[in-house]
Design a protein around this ligand. Sequence first.
Ligand SMILES: Cc1cc2nc3c(=O)[nH]c(=O)nc-3n(C[C@H](O)[C@H](O)[C@H](O)COP(=O)(O)OP(=O)(O)OC[C@H]3O[C@@H](n4cnc5c(N)ncnc54)[C@H](O)[C@@H]3O)c2cc1C
Ligand code: FES
Ligand code: FES
Length: 485
Amino acid sequence: MRDYILLFINGREHRISGANAFIPVTDYLRGELGSCGTKVVCAEGDCGACTVMLGRPPEDAKAEKLEYKPVNSCIQYVFQLDCSHIVTVEGLKLNGKLNPVQQSMVECHGAQCGYCTPGFVVAMCSMFDQGKPLSEWEIRDGLVGNLCRCTGYEPIVRAGLSVDLEDWSSFETLYPSSKMIKQLREARRQTAHIKVDGKELYIPTDVKGACEYKSKNAETMMVSGGTDVSVNMNKRGLVPDRLLSTGNIEGLSQIVRQTENGREILQVGARVTLAEIEQYISGLNDELKYILWVFGSPQIRHAATLAGNIANGSPIADTPPYLFVMDGEIEVTGTNGKRKIKMTELYKGYKKLAMQSDEMITRIFVPLPLKNEIVKLYKISRRQHLDISSFTAAFRLSVEKGRIVDASIAYGGVAPVIMRLPKVEEYLKGKMLSLATCTEAGKIARDEVTPISDVRGSKDYRLQLAENIFIKFYHETAERELVCQ
Ligand SMILES: Cc1cc2nc3c(=O)[nH]c(=O)nc-3n(C[C@H](O)[C@H](O)[C@H](O)COP(=O)(O)OP(=O)(O)OC[C@H]3O[C@@H](n4cnc5c(N)ncnc54)[C@H](O)[C@@H]3O)c2cc1C
Ligand code: FES
Ligand code: FES
């Protein structure tokens, strides 16, 4: 049993014990180490000023290199990064020289006040880690999670396009994995337990250990990517007495593809991040890929898990509507073993889940559409990226010769929980897929939902969306389907 967190920072080993294990990584870097290059602006994952590269040893014992991803260190607490290596902006310099991204930012005038600059530099270094040039679109897309208030994005993008890759050094070259990976893997096989002033932190190595700890400590706050929990700790005064990180649990980091009754289903482990799913489903499911692409930012998707999005229980979470219409399920494990729960039976009220206090989500079953099914997902938010939805919708229709044979519709943001629309589904069955059908279905949908007004949209706005989204769906899909016949 360990009573410290093992974290390498810019290649140097740190054993962090006591209260420092419970603070955001930015506080540790800036407050404890005096490494103030990493900046804090929003402290809630929205601006990217605090971006660092996170390298973890892959679970596959044969893989010899750490895998690096950019994350927001303001919403990564020290305990979450146990058994990993982080590279901060200070760690990018090589032999006292600026690295090519830093040099390019200087030459293209990519900074004014400079507050956002370290975040942009680290995010760009992550994008160039393969040493390949990038298109303007790829640079803009990769920088979605980084905000600049004074320079403007044109010089920054120009800097990205002008990076001289001749002398590029990958993170692996700067910090050879061979110097850290064995030690990180050995430590990861040990449970960590830290107690300070009545607060406890538990990092188990297996699901059994997690469930046993939860069964003895009912109020335990489980943390996976921390992109919800840490924002609540930073901004909403959440101070859990018991924290359990899933970070070192073995066996939950895989995606397995299987076929059941002719349908392909992905079994997604609870530790798999949204970015990993996004990459896996490329070419398999464009709709789900799109909804993951507009989810937060690269830094958020590299930390956040599907399990966390589901367990958070928000009625405006972006991934559950798809699982609602596709008959997705979750596997939960507790001290009495495993069981499956249908996604449509998971939410019992606002943020109330049909799970026991000793249980955790271990796997998610994500069905893929069949060839004759039309699946469409919608996220309505004020901005395309880095925004929480005001309203979400998912459609799955089986259509034969223009007639709807089966229909599953789910909406989010119109009730305390994500909901299927049984009246609309019943109405649609057997109807021709026409503008008249969709117009009427929209009216029925409007009557079936009970939205409230809040900061993301008024009740009337959401009612209008509930109705009009059917017209959008018709024009985007039905016309195309009819033409294709
Ligand atoms: C800047 C920003 C942008 C965001 N954008 C979006 C967005 O576009 N769309 C969206 O839907 N959400 C968004 N979110 C919210 C958040 O990123 C997602 O809900 C994310 O999927 C949470 O996953 P996580 O692994 O980080 O969860 P965590 O924060 O670790 O946990 C969330 C909840 O799930 C529980 N939990 C975690 N793992 C398990 C498990 N295995 N079993 C049981 N319970 C578990 C935790 O106890 C906690 O209650 C955003 C958040 C931020 C900060
Ligand atoms: S300080 Fe804004 S994302 Fe971390
Ligand atoms: S240079 Fe000032 S915020 Fe970007």
